[in-house]
Design a protein around this ligand. Structure first.
Ligand SMILES: *Cc1c(COP(=O)(O)O)cnc(C)c1O
Ligand SMILES: [Zn+2]
Length: 419
């Protein structure tokens, strides 16, 4: 197949670049880049081609920038379940709620969708070293895919602010982990500078190829909903790559005539790290960054989201909006998902469901609408937050009587210590 079926295009000035070029932002104006496909080269029978392959990122190869699928660096990413949440939707007062559990990905977050494409691209470009700044999951994912590809991997993380599980992942996969005394935004600035000057390939979400992998979540949702898009798509927002990627995915389906209508995109940010949500609410024309972002949801503890322009477009084009949720609301949603649906997700992931609960109460979501919430990462990545919050299990003598007594006594371990 033709290698040059795609090209890079600046979202600001329209300047085009070859996909063979190592470039992250427009040389002319500094704008973000987007991967575009030659419409005439997209097969017209995509549905027939895709149906023959299992649900996964690579099912959608025709709309991915990599032509040689055999060379993909893959750990089996995508194909995550779309859970119909009957108990939770009843509790919230909604008819059809689905939760897409991205924690099922190989390293436990949606980042794997992007990394399988991004790291494959790194190989195609002949890069030997890859790097990222991370709140945790990007580093866990990149470390794993770099290991699989045999690439040297560097990750910068904010010291003391990365969930335990994610840090252990980056370490075991052999990445060079560098903790900086600063936050994620500072780490990203440093790594972008290093990658612009040295032969190190940057795999943060400013990299447009990574977002191509992430857009497949939209393709999967369409396939899992029998060819339809939901009314509302709710997603946690940090650096704002994922909401942009998912919207791009839905738009491409629409342009191919594969869905009849587009979903409204709703982004949820944590109150202490809500630069885009707050700027949109105040109808600002630009996004005012947050200097010291703070939230229990460390994966979205970001004050200067690099993809804010793409995200604002996604929200506006889809007639969607953004909302904020408190840490308490996030943790309550995490508990609801675990105890009503059997889904254990990390705090940042629960932001989408926390947002849903808030929006239903505010009357912004109709009870008859079909809603899909993306939950972004696995709960086991951040066990500390659970152990801090919930009562320790009771301990009793090893006798039947003692156990029976414990079974009937209150309080139970599942109760929250303090909110
Ligand atoms: C990366 C991440 C996010 C934020 O995604 P963005 O693309 O940065 O907006 C949310 N939740 C989890 C678990 C993540 O790992
Ligand atoms: Zn430009």
């Amino acid at each position: 197949m033709d290698r040059f079926c795609c090209f890079l295009k600046c979202i600001e000035c329209g300047q085009e670049y070859s996909p063979q070029e190592v470039i992250y932002t427009c040389h002319k104006c500094g704008g973000l880049l987007s991967v575009e496909y030659e419409k005439s080269k997209i097969p017209s029978d995509l549905d027939e081609i895709w149906k023959k392959r299992p649900l996964s990122v690579w099912r959608y190869a025709e709309l991915l920038p990599i032509r040689n699928k055999e060379k993909a660096v893959s750990l089996g990413e995508g194909g995550t379940n779309l859970n119909r949440c009957k108990r939770l939707s009843e509790k919230l007062g909604l008819k059809r709620l689905y939760v897409k559990n991205e924690g099922e990905n190989p390293t436990g977050s949606f980042k794997d969708r992007g990394m399988t494409v991004g790291v494959t691209m790194a190989l195609e470009l002949g890069m030997k070293k890859v790097a990222c700044a991370s709140t945790g999951n990007t580093s866990a994912s990149l470390a794993a895919y770099a290991a699989k590809a045999g690439l040297e991997c560097f990750v910068l993380i904010p010291s003391g602010k990365v969930a335990f599980g994610k840090l252990t992942q980056a370490i075991i996969h052999g990445a060079k982990v560098i903790q900086i005394r600063g936050n994620f935004d500072e780490a990203l600035k440093i790594v972008r500078e290093i990658c612009s000057k040295h032969l190190v390939y940057l795999l943060n979400s400013v990299n447009p190829f990574r977002l191509e992998g992430q857009k497949t979540a939209a393709f999967e949702i369409r396939d899992q909903l029998s060819g339809e898009a939901p009314d509302k798509l709710i997603v946690p927002v940090g650096n704002a790559g994922n909401i942009s990627a998912i919207w791009k995915g839905f738009k491409e389906l629409y342009e191919q005539g594969m869905i009849e209508r587009l979903p409204q995109m709703i982004g949820i940010q944590a109150e202490g790290a809500a630069p885009i949500a707050n700027s949109l609410k105040h109808s600002l024309t630009t996004v005012k960054f947050v200097k010291n972002p703070e939230t229990v949801a460390t994966a979205i503890r970001i004050g200067a989201p690099v993809n804010w322009k793409k995200a604002v477009r996604a929200v506006k084009e889809s007639c969607g909006f953004m909302e904020t949720v408190s840490d308490a609301e996030i943790l309550e949603a995490q508990k609801l998902l675990a105890q009503y649906e059997g889904l254990f997700v990390e705090p940042a992931s629960a932001a989408s469901v926390a947002g849903l609960a808030k929006l239903i109460q505010m009357g912004q979501i109709d009870r008859d609408e079909t809603v899909v919430c993306i939950v972004t990462g696995h709960g086991l990545k951040d066990p500390d937050i659970v152990l801090k919050r919930f009562r320790k299990p009771v301990e009793v003598e090893a006798t039947t009587e003692a156990v029976v007594q414990a079974m009937t006594s209150k309080p139970q371990a599942a109760q929250v210590l303090a909110s």
